[in-house]
Design a protein around this ligand. Structure first.
Ligand code: ADP
Length: 405
């Protein structure tokens, strides 16, 4: 009776094991099929890290043969090319603990394929009997990232070096201009004294020559002043002293300063403004210089007989001053360079007109300080309009709010 029972129990065990084996075989066929559909290298290990099977991509990537792979311990493959502390750590410690590991990269010098970084994704399946390992060769991406990191670091180094050179250049310009201003001022004084007759009456010829000396020296002083102004604004040494100003009065004052120049060129200046006063909270001295600069340019870059119009407008939240001329205009391609430092744009008048290419750069800096803007509308040979916008209430200081009178 007992023997019969034992036989029955053995038979049951055998049947159970056969069933399990058949299920495992089916599962293996399934995994193998799956592995072959995976594009990257893929291997299946048993729980003791022996290779059960691998896909074609694995053999091709790691240059190993099927007969030298199946049944072998993973570390032994391809003449021990997988023998790595890092991989051992992953497969023997991390994987059993977490049952799966995602995106672990292993960088290793493989004897047959060289230095590679392989991304591993592994998972224990079938009650930890099998381990599925998908691999991806990410060497190219890693190298690319390394190269781009190196390139970025180099670019940062170069930028810092250029910034250093730029600072040194600014400092040099500032120093040189300071040094040049003193002798030019002395020339101005002595030329003035000569023309005032302090050294005796001058002949007509001498006076004409002295006038040329005086005018050239004035131009030189203007250039030096431009350089110094830009150096100061670049060094962040310009601080606004704002007050509530009547814009039309400012414009009128600027026009009268330049009236002789416009008269000499036979050019006309027209002001268009609303009936009521337009008030703006600005630094009057600096903003007058900005308007003077735009008016000066409008006259300089227009032919004799031209007309300049200065329009003043007040909208809800800003004051707009636009200076329009019917002069030589500016080609579209040159617009992006207009407000850059030292950018003299070539036109039919640039050679005959004195300039440094600093006026608009400086004007933009002053408007930035006012949290305003300066824009241009211009076409070649059709004239230009420079538009200055000053916010009524600068965003950064709401205390500057003031009533409109
Ligand atoms: P500068 O007049 O000293 O050269 P700016 O910075 O004031 O320097 O102007 C830069 C350039 O922009 C000028 O060289 C000129 O070519 C161009 N430009 C400025 N204003 C006008 C204008 N109203 N019409 C035509 N060109 C202008």
């Amino acid at each position: 009776m007992n023997e019969d029972r034992l036989k029955l129990s053995n038979q049951k065990t055998i049947i159970h094991q056969e069933k399990r084996l058949s299920a495992l075989k089916n599962l293996m066929v399934y995994y193998k099929e799956v592995s072959e559909t995976v594009i990257g290298p893929f291997i299946i290990l048993d729980k003791n890290l022996h290779v059960v099977t691998a896909n074609l991509a694995f053999y091709q990537t790691f240059k190993v043969k099927k007969q030298d792979t199946e049944g072998k311990l993973i570390y032994e493959l391809g003449n021990y090319q997988w023998e790595s502390m890092e991989l051992r750590e992953l497969l023997e410690r991390i994987l059993p603990k977490h049952r799966q590991m995602s995106n672990y990269s292993v960088t290793h010098d493989f004897p047959f394929i060289g230095h590679k970084t392989i991304l591993l994704n592994a998972r224990q399946v079938d009650s930890k009997q099998l381990i599925l390992v998908a691999m991806e060769d990410i060497t190219a991406q890693v190298n690319l990232k390394h190269d781009s990191d190196e390139m970025t670091a180099n670019l940062i180094k170069q930028r810092d070096r250029l910034q250093g050179l730029n600072d040194a250049k600014d400092e040099f310009i500032s120093l040189a201009s300071h040094q040049l201003r003193t002798p030019a001022t002395v020339v101005k004084q002595y030329a003035g004294m000569l023309s005032d007759g302090y050294a005796g009456i001058l002949t007509k010829k001498q006076m004409a020559m002295l006038n040329i000396v005086y005018e050239s020296n004035e131009q030189q002083l203007e250039i030096i002043e431009d350089l110094l102004r830009v150096a100061r604004v670049d060094a962040g040494k310009v601080y606004l002293e704002k007050s509530l100003c009547n814009v039309a009065e400012q414009v009128r004052a600027v026009i009268s300063q330049q009236a002789i120049l416009f008269k000499d060129r036979g050019q006309n200046v027209v002001v268009i403004k609303p009936a009521e006063d337009v008030m703006a909270f600005i630094d009057p001295k600096l903003m007058s210089m900005v308007i003077a600069n735009l008016l000066d340019n409008a006259g300089k870059y227009s032919l004799p007989g031209g007309q300049v119009t200065i329009a003043i407008e007040q909208s809800d939240n800003q004051t707009i001053i636009s200076v329009t001329d019917n002069g030589v205009g500016i080609r579209k391609k040159d617009h992006p360079n207009l407000f850059k430092k030292f950018s003299r744009i070539d036109n039919s008048l640039t050679n005959s007109v004195v300039g440094t290419g600093l006026g608009l750069y400086w004007a933009k800096k002053i408007l930035d300080l006012h949290e305003g803007s300066i824009e241009v509308n211009s076409a070649h040979n059709k004239g230009s309009t420079f538009i200055v916008k000053i916010p009524f209430e600068p965003i950064s200081d709401s205390r500057q709010k003031f009533p409109v009178t």
